[in-house]
Design a protein around this ligand. Sequence first.
Ligand code: NAD
Ligand code: DAU
Length: 362
Amino acid sequence: MKTIVVTGGAGFIGTNFVYYLLSHAPSCHIIVFDKLTYAGNKFNLQKALRRGRAVFVKGDIASPSQVRRLYLRFKPDYVFNFAAESHVDRSIEGPEAFVRTNVEGTFQLLEAARLHWAGLSGRTRAGFRFLHVSTDEVYGSLGPHGCFSETTPYAPNSPYSATKAGADHLVRAYHETYGLPVVMTNCSNNYGPYQFPEKLIPLMILNALEGKPLPVYGDGKNVRDWLYVEDHCDALWKAMTQGRPGEKYNVGGNNEKTNLEVVGTLCRQLQRAYPAKDNPALSKKGLRDYGNLVAFVKDRPGHDRRYAIDASKIRRELGWKPRHSFDTGIAATVKWYLDNRDWCRRVQEGNYGRQRLGLLKK
Ligand code: NAD
Ligand code: DAU
């Protein structure tokens, strides 16, 4: 029975990953280690914690003593590092927390992993792995053609992506220098249940339902490669269990959309599920279509134009491929947000009102 530490397991992808483990690796022992920032919610994990299927430890990956205790107490076989400050707009407002968690935190986890691994022997030592969850944003911005491969040079443009790039370099260095058995994944934009409504898709769904403007940055033609979160979880599990130590794997849905296309799809899905004419938030303004709410706003500073992932390595070597199309994934996501309005209220309560973040102050 494997003991698996999931840092950042109370956030969007971490929560989905814990539920993925419960169904795909039912005999494992799951430890969620999370600081519970604005983006993390212990109640996301209620179903797992109540059934005794996971243990929750509140802690900060940037605290050397807390991280050391975590390894000593649970002696993990696998560590998945999801914990991060993850929102580009917030990194423009206040980069310091990003440096602390994403760079310093990853360093503390690696350093404690090195000590832990040094004390192991035999099959336990041979089986230990540290998987670092990273992003395609470390590669920078693409023109109209081409894709990011695992050998694309790093060129991060935001404080968020710069700190993720710094963490990636440390992960690589711990393998090259100390031989630590690390695996790294660089994934494109995820969407699905439990995503904090500061990110494009949930923000647009909730604003639309409340009849608020749908703020499209710049000309709305920036392109992202969208992947349903469960497909990302599947890639992470395959990378951990079958990936080669020291390797990195790009993960993406081969599903490029402009932001305007994404917003248009969301509006059409909402129109089907809850027609605007029946939604008092719109009908009282005389609006009969969610698309009428689209509003072009000032662009994000340093806004990357296009991301696209070449995921052929993980497809070829590990047999991974996405199971969800954009249509089925978006339909499931819209339905989840419609069915979980209480969750949406609860995660925003007292700390966030979907206001614009990340504009430069003079
Ligand atoms: P999220 O912001 O929803 O969740 C982050 C979690 O980390 C939260 O539960 C938060 O409480 C926790 N956390 C933050 N600082 C911490 C600290 N110092 N110590 C312990 N826990 C801390 O993020 P997400 O979207 O779920 O992303 C998870 C990981 O995946 C991140 O590393 C991110 O860079 C990466 N990633 C995200 C996407 C995406 O589209 N969301 C795509 C590719 C990669
Ligand atoms: O590519 C992977 C990355 O995807 C992850 O590493 C990040 O953690 C994750 O947040 C995401 O970053 P993005 O910046 O691409 O995601 P976001 O949802 O913030 O924005 C997606 C696009 O939509 C981007 O071009 C900016 C635009 N946007 C965003 C918001 C919040 C808008 O036009 N309006 C908005 O209100």
